[in-house]
Write a new protein. Structure first.
Length: 440
């Protein structure tokens, strides 16, 4: 009997997932339904496959959304996180399993009793970060525990970067995922544990300290802490570790630049600029005058780099019109990023992940590093699309083939999920290199 997989969202992160689902469709007797507001965007990714069908829908309209969910066996959502609940409640109503790459939100958590009573499986955080980070970390953690080891320190770093061969702008960055998420990253601040102490940082503080880590094969990268790391201490069963932190990796130049974007109030979200007919250069002049920040910019110790980054974003651009209606500074910054920092044809991105774990075993302390480096093929088949999309596709296959038999709401920290998914990811070049050294 033919199984139907429904995918909501055909944006940047969907490219490799769609290829995977279509490739597997013939072997597994699947039909792939793909829904997005932009039908042309879907069709551009299908290569006229007889196994896939495109639907242009407004996901906020109950009748359009539910009509597709009703006929599906499993649903994957790559839509913005705020829209997942609309899909989740329909999946409960029509008894369908659901996969997302996003963090579990409170609304979906409230569906847990119904999900369990119907024997459904919702797996969230099934992408890259969160996703591959959970699976690879739990594989290491479980292997240490199996030998009665005790973990003292856990650090997990991950970042979507531009590959060295395409690194050609003063930001040392290009957009490979939802650009709004890039602009909003860090807004909620961060909480983590260092040497037994809980540390809280506000948004403005995240980019102040220059923290770095050395990644084998890459060299030194900077990082800033993610969200509330403590949530994962319990999920990983590491409540008693001295240090626990999850971070985002960036090149040093991006960190300097973002610190200055915050200082220049370019990440502010108050809608106060009417941008129809406004040039990029006019926005920057107006914004700097309005906030009296030019003097602060001139005093910045990285003035030369900051000016190069601002000019690259369009500070002197008297040709490009914004034309986005009433905007905040953050909206215009996003527009500038999308214009100036988009991956170009032939560009390659790179995903880097590193776990640092210190543990005690047989009266000795050991330092373990586990690293993953994945490069994209081009500006469409990116490393980001590969590492976000493949875990979702593999998990869908394992659920439909009854390999994963769990129920309830999960993230991929269970061995039943991470073992087969990580094994198949290796077939696609997504693998980790480990080094373990005894601490003297």
């Amino acid at each position: 009997m033919q199984k139907i997989i429904l995918l909501f969202g055909a944006g940047k992160s969907a490219t490799v997932l769609i290829d995977y689902l279509i490739d597997e469709a013939a072997k597994n007797n699947w039909k792939i339904l793909i829904a997005d507001s932009d039908k042309e965007q879907i069709l551009s990714k299908l290569n006229n496959s007889p196994f896939a069908e495109a639907f242009a829908i407004d996901v906020t309209k109950d009748n359009e959304r539910s009509a597709l969910i009703k006929q599906s066996d499993i649903v994957i959502s790559l839509l913005p996180p705020a829209l997942h609940f609309l899909i989740a409640k329909d999946c409960v109503a029509f008894s369908k399993n659901l996969l997302t790459a996003s963090y579990i939100d409170e609304q979906i958590k409230k569906l847990q009793p119904e999900i369990e009573s119907k024997g459904l499986l919702f797996i969230c955080e099934m992408g890259l970060d969160p996703g591959i980070d959970h699976m690879s970390a739990m594989k290491i953690i479980d292997s240490i525990r199996k030998k009665d080891g005790k973990i003292h320190l856990f650090k997990s770093h991950c970042g979507g970067l531009v590959a060295p061969e395409s690194d050609n702008n003063p930001w040392r960055y290009k957009i490979t995922w939802n650009p709004r998420n890039v602009i909003m990253a860090g807004k909620s601040g961060a909480v983590y544990k260092i040497d037994g102490n809980i540390v809280q940082e506000k948004y403005e503080e995240l980019f102040e300290s220059i923290r770095s880590v050395q990644v084998p094969g890459i060299g030194f990268l900077s990082y800033y802490p993610n969200r509330d790391s403590r949530d994962y201490m319990e999920l990983y069963n590491l409540n008693d570790v001295y240090t626990f932190i999850r971070t985002t990796l960036r090149y040093l130049e991006f960190m300097y630049g973002w610190k200055n974007m915050i200082g220049l109030k370019l990440t502010d979200e108050i809608k106060e600029y009417e941008t129809d007919g406004m040039l990029l250069s006019d926005f920057f002049k107006l914004h700097f005058n309005k906030n009296r920040v030019r003097k602060g910019l001139q005093q910045n110790i990285n003035e030369e780099l900051t000016l190069k980054q601002l000019v690259y974003l369009g500070m002197d651009d008297d040709k490009t019109l914004i034309n986005k209606g009433l905007c905040s500074a953050a909206d215009v910054l996003q527009f500038a990023f999308e214009k100036r920092l988009a991956l170009q044809p032939g560009d390659k991105d790179m995903v880097v992940m590193l776990h640092e774990i210190n543990f005690e075993e047989q009266n000795s302390i050991w330092n373990l590093q586990s690293s993953m480096i994945v490069k994209g093929e081009n500006n469409l088949k990116t490393a980001m699309a590969k590492t976000v999309g493949l875990p979702l596709g593999i998990a869908a296959k394992l659920i439909l083939n009854n390999v994963i038999k769990l129920s309830g709401i999960h993230i991929p920290v269970a061995k039943e999920i991470y073992e087969p998914v990580l094994a198949e990811l290796e077939n696609y070049g997504i693998h980790f290199t480990e080094t373990i050294n005894k601490q003297e």
